[in-house]
Ligand binder design. Structure first.
Ligand code: GRF
Length: 202
């Protein structure tokens, strides 16, 4: 079995990265993490990559004049590592349309809510403020519009009356780690594809 060469794009902690690295270490898992990219040079996730012996590269978007130039540099790093799939996990930059078009169908994101509810940032606080009793996480294909791509899979978690953003985040992350590896497996095996704007299971 050839494993799909996968890049994980991060900006921070890297707990989803750690979960994906652990999954990919299993011999029968159909993907390998061949590159980690961070736009934050001090991201904790870069230490996760280093500890696991996964190649990582980091450069800041701030050193580029435009979004397009930053994405072109990321794309060059992805090409050099012969990347076939991208998993974004807490990557806090919006891509240029050209980059998204190029990677469409091969680029996933995880978001800590049941989309289309609670897009953007401070997601757990949004859920608590809205008073919902169930929240969760979503893995979707990335399209140009933020947090709006075709949904592949979701997992639910309860929201308790005494939850804080931190406690809800902690409960949600446990599900994120399971969901992301399950979806990466499906996509790497070609069992789910992006077709006419929807995630289609084959
Ligand atoms: C996760 O909650 C993910 O859903 C969101 O950003 C967070 C990243 O956490 N997009 P980590 O860096 O994977 O620990």
């Amino acid at each position: 079995m050839t494993k799909k060469r996968t890049a994980v794009l991060i900006s921070g902690r890297g707990s989803n990265l750690a979960a994906l690295i652990a999954a990919c270490r299993e011999p029968a898992f159909p993907a390998e993490i061949a590159l980690v990219f961070s736009n934050v040079e001090t991201a904790e996730g870069l230490r996760v990559a280093a500890a696991a012996g996964v190649p990582a590269t980091a450069f800041s978007h701030k050193t580029f004049a435009t979004r397009e130039e930053f994405d072109a540099a990321i794309d060059a790093a992805l090409s050099a590592a012969k990347i076939e799939l991208i998993c974004e996990a807490g990557f806090m930059r919006i891509h240029s349309d050209g980059f998204v078009r190029k990677w469409q169908g091969r680029m996933l994101n995880i978001h800590p809510s049941l989309l289309p509810a609670f897009k953007g940032i401070r997601v757990h606080q949004q859920a608590i403020d809205a008073g919902v009793r169930i929240s969760g996480c979503t893995v979707h294909f990335i399209v140009p519009e933020l947090d709006s791509g075709p949904i592949i899979a979701q997992a639910a978690v309860p929201v308790f009356p005494d939850d804080t953003a931190a406690s809800l985040q902690e409960r949600t992350l446990v599900e994120e780690h399971k969901l992301y590896r399950a979806v990466l497996k499906l996509v790497a095996e070609g069992k789910v594809v992006l077709r006419e704007g929807r995630a289609v299971f084959l």
